[in-house]
Each structure stands twice: as structure tokens, then as C-alpha cells.
Write a protein that binds this ligand. Structure first.
Ligand code: FES
Length: 98
């Protein structure tokens, strides 16, 4: 188990290690979008991981290449569908607009 804190609502949930950040956010009821069904191709699930970046799966080439094509990307950017949670608590800012 690990703890997921979701910004800007600043709500905290318990979730399982080994699941994707996208799945955990969906399960928590966060307004996270997907247009590619979690294949890392649409960029709609762009989030900022403010805390716990070292405890999640490392960024892979395809995710990095997708992020390079997007605007508003920073050093904390990840695609939630490509992030697998570890045991460390994570604080994530959801950027999707509903
Ligand atoms: S859901 Fe499309 S890139 Fe993550």
C-alpha cells in the first residue's frame, strides 16, 4: 500500500503499489482524462508529480518522446498512464480540464 495525495483538491487516498498512477487516480475519482486508453500516445493524462518521483517507475523513451511534443511540460511532468506506483507516498497535481 501507498498514499496518493491529489492536488489541487489536496485529497489523500490509500492505493496499491504496482498499479498505474492513472488507475489509482481513476479509482480515487480524480478528473483524469484519456484519449488513447493508457497507451502513452495522447498526452491527456499529463500530471505533475510533486513528491515521490524517485519511488515510481522510471520514465521510458516513448513517454519522454511524447512529453517532448507537448506544451506546459516541466521537470515534474509524467504521463499518469505510464507511471507505476511504488511503496513511497506520491503527491500529484492533476492538470486535466473537464
Ligand atoms: S492516457 Fe493517453 S497518454 Fe496517458
Amino acid at each position: 500500500m501507498t498514499t496518493l495525495t491529489i492536488l489541487p483538491a489536496n485529497t489523500t487516498f490509500e492505493t496499491s503499489a504496482g498499479v498505474t498512477l492513472f488507475a489509482a487516480l481513476k479509482a480515487a475519482g480524480a478528473a483524469i482524462l484519456s484519449k488513447c486508453e493508457g497507451k502513452g500516445q495522447c498526452g491527456a493524462c499529463h500530471v505533475f508529480i510533486h513528491e515521490g518521483r524517485k519511488g515510481v517507475s522510471k520514465i521510458q523513451r516513448a513517454e519522454n518522446e511524447k512529453l517532448d511534443t507537448m506544451v506546459g511540460v516541466g521537470s515534474k511532468s509524467r504521463l499518469a498512464c505510464q507511471v507505476v506506483l511504488g511503496e513511497d507516498p506520491v503527491t500529484v497535481e492533476v492538470l486535466s480540464f473537464v
